[in-house]
Design a protein around this ligand. Structure first.
Ligand SMILES: Cc1ncc(COP(=O)(O)O)c(C=O)c1O
Length: 442
C-alpha cells in the first residue's frame, strides 16, 4: 500500500452498527469518546454517569489502571500465541485463578471470546458430554421464553426473544423447546428482590421432559436472573426446582451468567448467591472488566473427566483462534485481583438495600407499572404508549443521555446495572434523572 490510510471520523456511513436503528442513530449520533471510573465523556465533552456498566460489563468501573497496565505489559511481552496443541502460561494461570473462586466442583475452564461463543460452546459440550457417556440420543436443548443467550445459532435457538429469531427462521436448531418465562405483573409487581410467586413455573420442565421423554434431553439453559429482556428476577424456589428436576432426569443444567457473573448480585456468581451449582456456567463481560473481549465456560469436574476418559487424542473438537488470548488472560487476572483487593462483590452486596430503596422510590411516578431489583440490578417497567410500544422508554433513554446519564432500555423496560464502585450519591443522581425524564415522557 503506497497511499497513506485516510479516515474520516465524521463519516458514520461505513459502519453497520449492531442492535441499532442505524438510520435514526446516524441522524442524531450519541458518541462516547472517553471513560474513567463511573463516567463516560461524550463527544461534546459532557460527563455521562454510567448507569449500565457499559453493557452490564464494566463491573470495576472504567479505565482502571491495574487492568490497563497489565494489558500494556502483556502486549509488549507476547501479543499472541496459538492455543491449539500449544499453550502459554498466562491462560493456564487465569484458568486456575478462576477455578479457585468458582462454586462447588466447577473447576475446569474453556475460553471463548464473547458471551455468544461461551453459550454455543456450552451447548456443544453438553451434547458431546452425553455422547461421551454413551447417551448420544440426548440431543434436545431446553431454553426459556424471554431468555437471551447471545446471537450464535445455538444461543439464538435456545433464546426466547422473538425479534432476535424471526429474521433467521431457517437457521434455528431443530431439537429445542422452551420453558415459559417467570414474569407476571399480576402476581409480582413491585416485588422487592425475589418474588414470592412463581416457583411452580419450574414444574413446566417436568411437563416438557415427559412430553419429549427424558432420554432425549441434553440440557436446560437459563439466565439465573434474565437481564437483557428486562430484568426478570427468579421467583423464590424456582431455580432450586429446576436443579432438582434436572438431577432427577440426568439433564445438565447450564446457568448463563454472562450478566450475573463477577459480582452483579453481590456474590461472585448467581450460583453463589442462590446456592445452586449448575453443571456448566457461561460467563463473559465482567471476566475482563470488558477491557479485552473474552468469554468462558466453566464445567463441573465430572463433565471434564468424562471427556478425559475417552481415547487419548483431541477430546473436544472445538475452540477459537483466540481462546485464552494472552491480552484477555492478562486483563482477566488483573481484573480478578482488583475485584478481590477492593472487595467489589461484597461492596455490591452492601449497597443492595440502598439500591432497592432508591429503585422503589420511583413508585407512583407517571407511567411506571413495575419496579424490580436484585443485587445491583434494577428494572423499571413502563406503560407502553398505545400503538407505539418501546417509544416511551426510548424517549427516556435519549432524555437521560442528554441530562448526563446512560441507561439501557429494552422495549418499555429500563434496566440499570451500574459499576460496582458506584457511590450512594450517584445512585441518587440516577434515580433523580430518570424520575424527571419519566415525567417529561408521560
Ligand atoms: C445472558 C447473556 N448471554 C449471552 C450474551 C451474549 O454475550 P455477547 O454479546 O458477549 O456475545 C449476553 C449479552 O448481553 C447475555 O446477557
Amino acid at each position: 500500500m503506497s497511499q497513506p490510510l485516510r479516515s474520516d471520523p465524521n463519516n458514520l456511513e461505513a459502519l453497520w452498527m449492531p442492535f441499532t436503528a442505524n438510520r435514526q442513530f446516524k441522524r442524531a449520533p450519541r458518541l462516547l469518546v472517553g471513560a474513567k471510573d463511573m463516567h463516560y465523556t461524550a463527544a461534546d465533552g459532557r460527563k455521562i454517569l454510567d448507569g449500565t456498566a457499559g453493557l452490564w460489563c464494566v463491573n470495576a468501573g472504567h479505565c482502571r489502571e491495574p487492568i490497563t497496565a497489565a494489558i500494556r505489559e502483556q502486549a509488549g511481552r507476547m501479543d499472541f500465541a496459538p492455543g491449539f496443541q500449544m499453550g502459554h502460561p498466562i491462560a493456564f494461570e487465569f484458568a486456575s485463578r478462576l477455578a479457585a473462586i468458582l462454586p462447588g466442583d466447577l473447576d475446569h475452564v474453556f475460553f471463548a471470546n464473547s458471551g455468544s461463543e461461551a453459550v454455543d460452546t456450552a451447548l456443544k459440550i453438553a451434547l458431546a458430554y452425553h455422547r461421551a457417556v454413551g447417551k448420544p440420543e440426548r440431543q434436545r436443548l431446553i431454553g426459556r421464553v424471554r431468555g437471551y443467550h447471545g446471537v450464535g445459532f445455538g444461543g439464538m435457538s435456545v433464546g426466547g426473544i422473538a425479534a432476535n429469531r424471526k429474521q433467521f427462521g431457517a437457521g434455528l436448531l431443530g431439537m429445542v423447546d422452551h420453558l415459559p418465562h417467570t414474569h407476571d405483573l399480576a402476581h409480582n409487581a413491585y416485588a422487592k428482590g425475589q418474588p414470592e410467586w412463581g416457583a411452580h413455573l419450574a414444574d413446566e420442565l417436568e411437563r416438557l421432559v415427559q412430553l419429549h421423554d427424558p432420554s432425549t434431553i441434553a440440557a436446560v439453559i437459563v439466565e439465573p436472573l434474565a437481564g437483557s429482556t428486562g430484568v426478570l428476577v427468579p421467583p423464590k424456589g424456582y431455580l432450586e426446582r429446576l436443579r432438582a428436576i434436572c438431577d432427577k432426569h440426568g439433564i445438565l443444567l447450564i446457568f448463563d451468567e454472562v450478566i450475573t457473573g463477577f459480582g452483579r448480585l453481590g456474590a461472585g456468581f448467581a450460583a453463589d448467591y442462590f446456592g445452586i451449582v449448575p453443571d456448566l456456567m457461561t460467563v463473559a463481560k465482567g471476566i475482563t472488566n470488558a477491557t479485552v473481549p473474552m468469554g468462558a465456560v466453566f464445567a463441573r469436574k465430572g463433565i471434564y473427566e468424562a471427556f478425559m476418559n475417552g481415547p487419548d487424542g483431541i477430546e473436544l473438537f472445538h475452540g477459537y483462534t483466540y481462546s485464552g488470548h494472552p491480552l484477555a488472560a492478562a486483563a482477566g487476572l488483573a481484573t480478578l485481583e482488583l475485584y478481590r483487593q477492593e472487595g467489589l462483590f461484597e461492596r455490591a452486596a452492601s449497597l443492595a438495600d440502598y439500591w432497592q430503596s432508591a429503585i422503589h422510590s420511583l413508585k407512583g411516578v407517571p407511567s411506571v407499572i413495575d419496579l424490580r431489583n436484585l443485587g445491583l440490578v434494577g428494572g423499571i417497567e413502563l406503560e407502553p404508549r398505545p400503538g407505539r410500544p418501546g417509544s416511551r422508554a426510548y424517549d427516556v433513554f435519549v432524555d437521560c443521555f442528554e441530562n448526563g446519564l446512560l441507561i439501557r432500555v429494552t422495549a418499555d423496560i429500563i434496566a440499570l446495572s451500574p459499576p460496582l464502585i458506584v457511590e450512594k450519591n450517584q445512585i441518587d443522581q440516577m434515580v433523580d434523572t430518570i424520575d424527571q425524564a419519566l415525567r417529561r415522557a408521560a
